[in-house]
Design a protein around this ligand. Structure first.
Ligand code: FBP
Ligand code: MG
Ligand code: MG
Length: 292
């Protein structure tokens, strides 16, 4: 990190997150009047809100215009979009423009997830250079992980200010949140949840970014498991799993697909899904033992 700790040693990464921060207020404002569903579905077969599509277009335009950004992929579109000019040095971006967008209707927290790779997409954790997210909560905050360092910013009027430049998971975990309907959980996973319930407090908001941010703040574990009728779970490896894994691991925690780190995985297809678990070491390790 550079001396003021606000930026990284990668100018394009800095430009990407500055642009994400400067776009965030517009995304927030755009939610007014865009809370209804569109006719179509996204490539994962989920209904899209007008806000999902609007945010995707805003980020695509703003980020592809940056020098050094070679391509843009998002949860809301089938294929990768390439920049007009290409170079071997380019970075490639994977975004979940609105994570937890079903929370827009009920006015609960949601986020934007950004992953920066140095290889064309789909790429795996070994090609990840930086990852971050914006959380649209009572405040707008942004967390960025790069070079094993995690910083948290407050975003006001599109400008980011550092709150914490060495964010780490608290050593004494207190919260957990798991997605999927309980009858859809496997017996092994349900058994693990029984143990977690004895030690931690349930906090589940239905937007991965909100739920993961709680784990980063209070310590604990978040997961969206493989389900009885969908063993790959719900979350997308490229747009959700890999970036969140990178942030939590850089903050001193651990990630897993139930078997090993999500950062060891490379998606074969852009919209591939995976079970996702992140949090304090001990809870993710026990999860892997429970699912063995
Ligand atoms: O409503 P469920 O099944 O608990 O699912 C919640 C999960 O789905 C998601 O909303 C999926 O993300 P999108 O809103 O980007 O599709 C996650 O943020 C969240 O963890
Ligand atoms: Mg999402
Ligand atoms: Mg989304």
């Amino acid at each position: 990190m550079s001396a003021d700790h606000a930026t990284t040693d990668h100018p394009v990464v800095d430009a990407v997150f500055e642009t994400v921060a400067s776009t965030a207020p517009e995304v927030r404002e755009s939610l007014v009047g865009r809370r209804s569903y569109e006719e179509g579905e996204n490539p994962s077969g989920e209904q899209q809100l007008e806000a999902d599509i609007f945010a995707d277009q805003l980020f695509e335009e703003a980020l592809l215009a940056l020098e050094g950004v070679g391509s843009y992929a998002s949860e809301e579109r089938d294929d990768v979009v390439e920049a007009d000019e290409q170079s071997d040095e380019d970075y490639h971006l994977a975004l979940d423009p609105l994570d937890g967008s079903s929370n827009v209707k009920s006015n609960n927290a949601m986020g934007t997830i950004v992953a920066v790779f140095d290889e064309p997409l789909p790429a795996g954790g070994d090609a990840l250079v930086a990852a971050g997210y914006v959380l649209y909560g009572p405040l707008t905050t942004m967390v960025v992980a790069c070079d094993e360092q995690v910083s948290e910013y407050t975003v006001v009027d599109g400008e980011r200010t550092v709150n914490e430049d060495e964010l780490t998971l608290p050593e004494e975990p207190t919260v957990y949140g798991f997605g999927g309907r309980v009858p859809e959980w496997t017996d092994d996973f349900a058994g693990y949840v029984g143990l977690v319930e004895d030690e931690l407090k349930l906090r589940y908001g239905g937007a991965m970014i909100g739920d993961v941010n709680q784990v980063l703040t209070y310590g604990g574990v978040f997961g969206y498991p493989g389900l009885r009728h969908r063993s790959e779970g719900k979350l997308r490896l490229l747009f959700e799993g890999i970036p969140i894994a990178a942030i939590v691991e850089a903050a001193g925690g651990r990630s897993s697909d139930g078997d090993g780190s999500l950062l060891k995985k490379t998606p074969e297809a852009l919209h591939e899904r995976t079970p996702v678990f992140v949090g304090n070491d001990e809870f993710v390790e026990r999860l892997e033992l429970a699912l063995e």
